[in-house]
Ligand binder design. Structure first.
Ligand SMILES: C[S@@+](CC[C@H](N)C(=O)[O-])C[C@H]1O[C@@H](n2cnc3c(N)ncnc32)[C@H](O)[C@@H]1O
Length: 241
């Protein structure tokens, strides 16, 4: 699920700084100290996100959970690769950069794309309603913040509101019980608004073990396409999930 399973299997060739982060498991914080990076998105997730961006060419992306900047760098670099006109922006929400010695913000600075980056230092349950109120809209949102059911649920609810119709909502750790429950809620109750779709064509070639895990229903990252704006009608049926 996390970085350690992918050590030594470095296929992140699109950004040298990121490649180095995953190769060494270390990065440099704002203080200049070396920071040990744990809890990064898996390389599989990063390559999947990159392939979606290369294919769909979104202009505005958002992520909940910046950490050491693994997914942010992937999204920024991929946006930059598909938009030579530089008409793109990536945003990230995270209340905990201080505890990472601001490593996520630092790496975004080192790759030279901070002009295209908006950072919201706060908890997503407070920031997402503000973005909603401000009328912000995004083409892709990646939810990888606090993985507790109620937080993921709130992230999901507001993310759907601020996603463009046709936009994509991605969840990390879809096999996690908390996240899985939110996904079941969407599939059972919001299918008229969010359509889950297979990420197979975006994922790097799978090892035999990964193929078997997938066959058994394990999914690390999963995706929905938004087909209509919320809310549901007041007397919409409710399905247990
Ligand atoms: C698994 S890490 C994110 C990894 C990152 N997406 C990557 O690919 O490198 C989870 C992040 O969520 C952040 N987080 C924790 N609580 C949060 C909250 N309430 N709102 C937003 N982010 C939160 C943590 O500070 C941490 O940086």
């Amino acid at each position: 699920m996390y970085i350690f399973k992918n050590m030594g299997n470095n296929k992140i060739s699109y950004q040298a700084e990121l490649s180095e982060l995953y190769r060494t498991g270390k990065t440099i914080g704002r203080s200049g100290a070396v920071v040990n990076a744990t809890g990064l998105s898996s390389i599989n997730n990063l390559l999947t996100i990159r392939n979606i961006i290369l294919d769909k060419k979104p202009r505005k992306t958002l992520e909940v959970g910046l950490a050491y900047g693994g997914s942010a760098v992937t999204m920024l670099r991929s946006l930059s690769d598909v938009h030579p006109d530089t008409e793109f922006a990536h945003s990230a929400i995270d209340p905990g950069q201080e505890s990472f010695d601001f490593a996520g913000l630092e790496i975004v600075g080192r790759i030279g794309l901070e002009q295209k980056f908006h950072f919201y230092g706060g908890s997503s349950d407070l920031i997402l309603p503000k973005l909603t109120e401000e009328g912000k809209r995004y083409d892709i949102i990646y939810i990888d913040g606090y993985h507790i059911f109620e937080n993921v649920f709130i992230d999901m609810f507001y993310s759907i509101k601020i996603l463009e119709i046709g936009g994509i909502l991605l969840f990390d750790d879809c096999a996690d019980k908390h996240v899985k429950k939110v996904i079941r809620f969407i599939n059972r109750n919001l299918s008229g608004f969010m359509q889950e779709f297979s990420l197979d064509k975006y994922q790097p070639a799978k090892s035999l073990i990964k193929k078997m895990a997938n066959k058994m229903g394990y999914r690390q990252i999963c995706a929905f396409k938004k087909t209509a704006d919320l809310p549901r009608v007041w007397d919409a049926p409710f399905s247990n999930f």
